[in-house]
Design a protein around this ligand. Structure first.
Ligand SMILES: NC(=O)C1=CN([C@@H]2O[C@H](COP(=O)(O)OP(=O)(O)OC[C@H]3O[C@@H](n4cnc5c(N)ncnc54)[C@H](OP(=O)(O)O)[C@@H]3O)[C@@H](O)[C@H]2O)C=CC1
Ligand SMILES: O=C(CO)COP(=O)(O)O
Length: 333
């Protein structure tokens, strides 16, 4: 049994905490709101994110980050990408714990992946840092539907340790040492899911969505190659697996956000109607900047940025993408 702290009690933090309990660990959840802690500790519920789900009675919550992390072997970071740096800055991590990031985003302004933010703020060596990614829609995980996942760390032993800690009867993690590819896959698929959602909201069918998913995978792979990822990662769970799940499922917040944009609502309106994070809305700008810095063409990401940042109507985005100069499918320059 390992002692695990899950820092963040939203959709994924809560569902993954449940998985960690199922895998036989002693799990403490950190929530920034005391009312969430009370609900978890007394009613075994998290009403804002899973009103109908009964949480394991062994799961406890605290709003004190240091108490949550005390003597933890594994610290799981389950806060949004754009707040991770600030959150970590205020926390004192246990001396020997491994840190596992669940966030799928790229930091605005710095272009850093989440493992890079962790390393920068905490000073931890790469061998103590891991990331989790793959097709893991939190509501399905919370219902204990079967799922596979990827734990990536540059140190295989670290990935294998975390794999062992979170392997439950319904959750099957694989390991990978390609942290760059795993993180880029997870962050960029959110932007592609926004584009797919827009296509759906505009009333387009499966030909359109399959085309965006496939060309989206080409963009993710191109960017990954330029940044030093292993191209094989993108045909695995962290690439195609997560892309297909997120782009196909109405449970995805990114796809749903895109769908609302396609129906004509504004970014501010949609963002104001939910407390849940759709990471692609912020990360799209950071990913476009990474593409520009490395001379990688990312037409779908670019088109999503124009809709999100400039308010371009999604219908025009589609017209622009279709009007681009015709080219060979495998001309990946
Ligand atoms: N949901 C999913 O299916 C999956 C999500 N992910 C990734 O996991 C990460 C977390 O997502 P998810 O749990 O779904 O997001 P949610 O929006 O569901 O929850 C976010 C959590 O972070 C907290 N939070 C928000 N702002 C801050 C802040 N400034 N400081 C500290 N805590 C804050 C929220 O607290 P409060 O409730 O008080 O607002 C909440 O507990 C994202 O990067 C996402 O892409 C990855 C795989 C699956
Ligand atoms: O990353 C996810 C599934 O793997 C969840 O996607 P959303 O954040 O779009 O809900």
């Amino acid at each position: 049994m390992s002692g695990v702290a899950v820092m963040g009690s939203g959709s994924w933090g809560t569902a993954f905490a449940l998985t960690l309990c199922d895998a036989g660990n002693d799990v403490r959840l950190w929530a920034r709101r005391i009312e969430v802690c009370r609900a978890v500790n007394t009613e075994h519920r998290n009403p804002d994110y899973f009103p109908d789900l009964e949480l394991p009675p062994t799961l406890t919550a605290t709003d004190d980050p240091q108490r949550a992390m005390a003597e933890a072997d594994l610290v799981v970071l389950a806060v949004p990408s754009q707040t991770l740096r600030q959150n970590l800055t205020g926390w004192r991590l246990p001396e020997t714990a491994v840190v596992l990031s669940l966030a799928k985003g790229i930091e605005l302004g710095t272009g850093r992946r989440m493992s890079e933010v962790v390393a920068e703020v905490t000073g931890l060596p790469d061998e103590r840092i891991a990331v989790l990614t793959g097709p893991n829609l939190s509501h399905e995980i919370a219902e204990r539907q079967p799922a596979a996942s990827v734990i990536a760390s540059t140190a295989h032993e670290t990935a294998a340790l975390v794999q062992k800690i979170c392997h439950s009867p319904t959750f099957r993690p694989y390991t990978n040492t390609d942290v760059i590819g795993c993180e880029l896959g997870g962050a960029t698929k959110n932007v592609i899911a926004l584009a797919v959602g827009m296509a759906v909201g505009l009333g387009f069918g499966d030909n359109a969505t399959a085309s965006v998913i496939t060309r989206g995978l080409a963009e993710i792979s191109r960017l990954g190659r330029a940044l030093g990822a292993d191209p094989h990662t993108f045909s695995g769970l962290a690439g195609m697996g997560d892309l297909v799940a997120t782009c196909s499922s109405p449970l995805s917040r990114n796809r749903s956000f895109g769908e609302e944009l396609g129906r004509g609502r504004s970014v501010a309106e949609i963002a104001g109607s939910t407390r849940q994070v759709a990471e692609g809305v912020k990360s799209c700008t950071a990913i476009r900047a990474l593409g520009s810095a490395h001379g990688v063409e990312l037409p779908i990401v670019e088109a999503v940025v124009r809709v999100i940042e400039n308010g371009e109507p999604p219908g025009e985005m589609v017209a622009h993408l279709l009007a681009r100069a015709a080219r060979p499918e495998r001309d990946e320059t």
